[in-house]
Structure formats: C-alpha cells, structure tokens
Design a protein around this ligand. Structure first.
Ligand SMILES: NC(=O)c1ccc[n+]([C@@H]2O[C@H](COP(=O)([O-])OP(=O)(O)OC[C@H]3O[C@@H](n4cnc5c(N)ncnc54)[C@H](O)[C@@H]3O)[C@@H](O)[C@H]2O)c1
Length: 326
C-alpha cells in the first residue's frame, strides 16, 4: 500500500520546529558519509521553465526519496505557484513505494527550515531585525524558521510587486505576532538588519554589498543557476561563506561561480559546508563583527529528511489515504 499525502495532509503533520531538527540530522549525515545524493538531473523547458529530479538516501534516518520539482517563473503573474513538486518515498530495505506526496509545501518547509538551521549556527545570538527580499512562499517559511531560532522583534520585507509585499506583511505579522513592515526600497531592507534573507526570482544582485553592516548574517536561497545571482561580488568577498554542499554550490550557485570566473575569489573562499559547522568539524562565525553568508541551492537530502518526517507523523496520526497500486 502506498500512503498518498495531499497538501492539506502535509499541513496537518509538518511543524517548522521538527523540520529544523530533522534537517540538522540530515546535514550531520552528509558530513559523516551516511548520506547519498547524486547531483540533480535537470532540464530547461524552452520558453517555459525548468525541471529537476533529486534522489537522496539518508542511511541513519532510513529514508530513500526522489523529488521531481519544477520552476516556472511566469506562474506568479498567473496566480500559480512558481515552484511545484512531488515526492516518492521508497522502503530502503525492499524498494517498495511507501508514500507519494505533494512536494511543494514540503519544499517550502525544508527550504525555510534550512534557513533557520543556518541562522541558528551562524547568526549572532542577539539578532533581532530581519530584512527579507521577496514576498513569496519561500520567504514566508524562511521567516517562520527564523522566528523558531532567534528572538526577533522587527521584520522588513522588500518586493518590487508592492501588493505582494503588503500581503506578506499582513499575513506574516498575524502568523508570527511580529512587527512586519514593507520596505520602501531594497537598501532599506538591508540597513539595520541583523539577518538578511534573499528568496526571490531575481537574476541579478538585489543590493549593494557596501550596505551590509559588520555582524550581519545573510541567507541566500533564491538563485540556483550558474549565470544568476542575488548577492553581489562585494557581499561575497567580505563574507565568511558557508554552503549547503560544495559540489552543488560550485555547479549551480551563480552568486559564487560568477566572482570565481571573474578571478575575484577562488573556490577556497567557501570555508565550510553547513553540515561541517553543525557537526563541529569547521567553525562558522568567529566573531560578532564578522559577516556570514549561507548560500543554498537546495539538496535532495532536505527533501529526504522532511518527507520522512511527514510520512512518519502521518502514519502515527492516521493521516493520508492508503492506495493499492497492485
Ligand atoms: N534554495 C532552495 O532550496 C530553494 C527551494 C525552493 C525555491 N527556491 C528559489 O527561491 C526563489 C523564490 O521561490 P518562491 O517559490 O518563493 O517564488 P515566488 O514566485 O512565490 O516568490 C518570489 C518573489 O520574488 C520577488 N522578486 C523578484 N525580483 C525581486 C527583487 N529584485 N527584489 C525583491 N523581490 C523580488 C517576486 O516579485 C516574488 O514575489 C525562486 O528563485 C526559487 O527557485 C530555492
């Protein structure tokens, strides 16, 4: 029997706090060598969008999954989600398909949760003010996760589509109980922020790196193509850079690949993978004054961990629909 989990089933079982914890385990596994994750296979659909296939295995957790994810930037203007996904979970012992689940919400949770995990290990403990670029679904879960790991007081959101920024401020202010304001300009979202999050569909840098104050932590989550970036060279040069995976970042993160190609930094500018910081084998932040930058392109192990959590909790709570595939 396959357990089918819809979006509303996922909503019933996943919590941000638990997703952060299970991701912490996944990133430890990536560093200790019990995780397997080939580079994602992807293709571009001319004039339309992008599709990626992301298999992953976490030996410690006992989770085996494959996500199929699409990204269609023009969907936002049609009122449709930009990122869509489905996830299949298989039994590592027999190969049997255990679950088939709606993956867009799982993606948003695991992406936000990674931002929370990175901020827990890399941002200053006293971080209170967050500046967010982008008012989409990923930005929402990024904020929800930051609120789990830091005592936030004030949030600023910048999006060139002002109605989206306004809707984000209303909804997230209500959900988090925090003061969420719309920033009138991109620079306003950076100035005075302890943590800056980028979760946009922009292909070019969002702000001048000269605006980033000492001690800031940046979570850069939007771009995942070698010729696109959200943060400029100055930001990268001045930051202690940590990535989700060196291999994936050097293949997909234009934020780092472009300055490397220009000869301004080398690949050694990446000081660690987050799993190394979480496991204590590499040091993340070394001082209150340092700028830290976490760049994520998104890894299959994140889906593998979050899908395992959703499936386990759904089984425990009788959520979902069992289907006989024959
Ligand atoms: N790192 C990961 O694991 C991961 C996972 C999922 C999605 N993503 C990426 O995150 C990004 C956001 O995804 P989403 O699902 O929230 O999309 P979305 O379309 O819902 O939201 C993106 C928002 O970015 C805004 N934006 C565009 N240019 C901007 C700019 N210059 N300044 C500020 N805001 C700007 C858009 O107006 C839109 O509101 C996408 O690029 C997606 O590919 C990354």
């Amino acid at each position: 029997m396959v357990l089918v989990l819809s979006r509303s089933d996922i909503e019933k079982v996943l919590t941000m706090k638990e997703t952060i914890l299970v991701l912490e385990q996944a990133f430890r596994e990536l560093t200790s060598g019990t995780a397997q994750m080939p580079p994602r296979a992807s293709l571009s659909i001319p004039g339309e969008g992008w599709l990626g296939a992301m298999p992953a295995y976490l030996g410690g957790l006992g989770s085996l999954s494959t996500k199929v994810v699409t990204m269609h930037e023009r969907n936002a203007s049609k009122g449709l989600p930009t990122v869509r996904a489905t996830i299949v979970l298989n039994d590592p012992a027999t190969g049997e398909a255990l679950a088939f689940m709606e993956g867009s919400l799982v993606t948003a949770y695991r992406t936000g949760a990674l931002g929370g995990l990175a901020a827990k290990h890399l941002s200053r403990k006293g971080s209170k003010v967050v500046g967010i670029f982008g008012a989409g679904i990923q930005a929402r879960t990024q904020l929800a996760a930051l609120a789990e790991v830091r005592k936030l007081e004030r949030v600023k959101v910048y999006d060139p589509v002002s109605e989206r920024a306004g809707a984000f401020a209303d909804e997230m202010g209500r959900k988090t109980g925090l003061a969420v304001e719309v920033s009138p300009s991109s620079s306003d979202a950076v100035l005075g922020s302890d943590i800056v999050v980028t979760a946009t569909t922009s292909k070019v840098p969002l702000f001048d790196g000269g605006l980033v104050a000492p001690g800031t932590h940046l979570n850069a989550f939007g771009s995942f193509r070698p010729d696109q970036r959200e943060v400029d060279r100055k930001t990268v040069e001045e930051s202690r850079v940590i990535v989700d995976s060196r291999e994936a970042a050097l293949a997909e993160a234009g934020d780092l690949i472009i300055p490397i190609k220009e000869g301004k930094i080398s690949a050694d500018h990446i000081i660690a993978e987050l799993g190394e910081v979480v496991s204590g084998t590499k040091i993340g932040r070394r001082s209150e004054a340092e700028i830290t930058l976490f760049k994520s392109v998104g890894l299959g192990i994140q889906d593998c961990a979050a899908a395992w959590l959703a499936y386990t909790k759904a089984k425990e709570n009788g959520v979902g629909t069992e289907l006989e595939l024959g």
